[in-house]
Ligand binder design. Structure first.
Ligand code: PBG
Length: 332
């Protein structure tokens, strides 16, 4: 880049002097259209239960989700993402509950689709909320069996599509699953069901509070390093994305968010596809606790989200979605 002008004729601070000029020259912005709201589901009736590892976030029984979805609709949040807390007695080695058409995600999809036309629904494809060992697939010894797992994920995807899910989001990191899922969806006439692939998902230490929220934390044997990406790598992310695009992904996800801004940018610069990012539970709880303890102020939330936009995210899954949507609606 060629520098034009220099001090004292050039003063960079001129365009930072007042709020109005800062607004005029702003290169990035955040709107409600950028926000995806995760919702945790639980069994039972009439339950809204706080999650201790994620201050301000609740698990909802299905009969109560109308409350939160209605609020999301009123604020014009475009998409909700559903995550189930499955009770222990429904978990097994194969994640059988994932294929139960009366499981929490299926029930919630039906309710939301029936009552709300203006909001999209997204559901995770992976077995970890349903397996007794907490892994995203079927174990053979200590190793998650790729191809056996895919055959179940395909069924899970079809079931979710039948329940009215708009965006199927495989977060399992098995090789080749996007192609198989796309093929099955098309064959069963779900041609408009979209696939958001968690193409670049790292074996991260920032998922702790989420695993607590869906009840897989104490269950997880070992780690997920044999399928989720090594956080030392970046060019590998490009191979993952290239493969998933070829297999039929409509959008790709980079996850986690803030520790991986370089990856979001690299993916964005190399592919013409919408790139989403996921500000994960550990990022959320750290910021939230920082604010609670007055170490950082509330605007750090907007700063963290804008950083994800600046890196190239089209949209962001964030547990701050509701509070930020409220804030944005008041400001404008
Ligand atoms: C599971 C899944 C995880 C998250 C979303 N889907 C956890 C994991 O891979 O262990 C994490 C989200 C978060 O931390 O907010 N397939």
């Amino acid at each position: 880049m060629k520098l034009v002008g220099k001090y004292p004729t050039l003063r960079m601070r001129r365009i930072r002097k007042s709020d109005w000029i800062r607004r005029l020259v702003a290169e990035n912005s955040l709107s409600v259209n950028d926000l995806i709201l995760p919702i945790f589901l639980r069994e039972g009736k009439n339950k809204i239960e706080p999650i201790s590892s994620m201050p301000g976030i609740n698990r909802y029984s299905v009969d109560k989700i109308n409350l939160i979805v209605e609020r999301a609709c009123r604020l014009k949040i475009p998409l909700v993402a559903l995550f189930p807390y499955t009770s222990n007695k429904k978990k097994d080695n194969y994640g059988t509950e994932a294929l139960n058409e009366n499981n929490l995600v299926c029930k919630a999809l039906k309710v939301i689709k029936k009552n709300f036309k203006e909001i999209g629904t997204m559901s995770d494809v992976a077995l970890d909320p349903y397996t007794i060992h907490g892994h995203d697939g079927i174990l053979k010894g200590n190793y998650v069996d790729n191809d056996k797992t895919i055959s179940i994920l395909v069924k899970q995807s079809l079931l979710q599509a039948q329940m009215g899910c708009d965006i199927i989001a495989p977060s399992d990191m098995m090789d080749g699953r996007i192609g198989e899922i796309r093929k099955a969806l098309d064959k069963n006439n779900f041609k408009n069901t979209k696939i958001l692939s968690y193409a670049v998902k790292y074996a991260s230490n920032f998922y702790g509070p989420f695993r607590d929220a869906v009840g897989s934390k104490k269950k997880l044997k070992g780690d997920k390093k044999s399928y989720q990406m090594d956080f030392k790598n970046s060019t590998e992310a490009l191979r993952e994305v290239a493969l998933d695009i070829k297999e039929g992904a409509d959008m790709v996800m980079v996850k986690p968010g803030m520790p991986y801004l370089d990856i979001i940018k690299t993916v964005k610069d190399n592919f013409k596809i919408p790139v989403f990012s996921y500000q994960v539970s550990g990022e959320y709880s750290l910021i939230k606790n920082g604010i609670k303890n007055k170490l950082i102020n509330e605007d750090s939330v907007i700063e963290s989200l804008i950083s994800l936009k600046r890196a190239g995210s089209s949209a962001i899954v964030t547990y701050f979605a509701m509070e930020i949507a409220k804030k944005l609606s008041k400001n404008y």
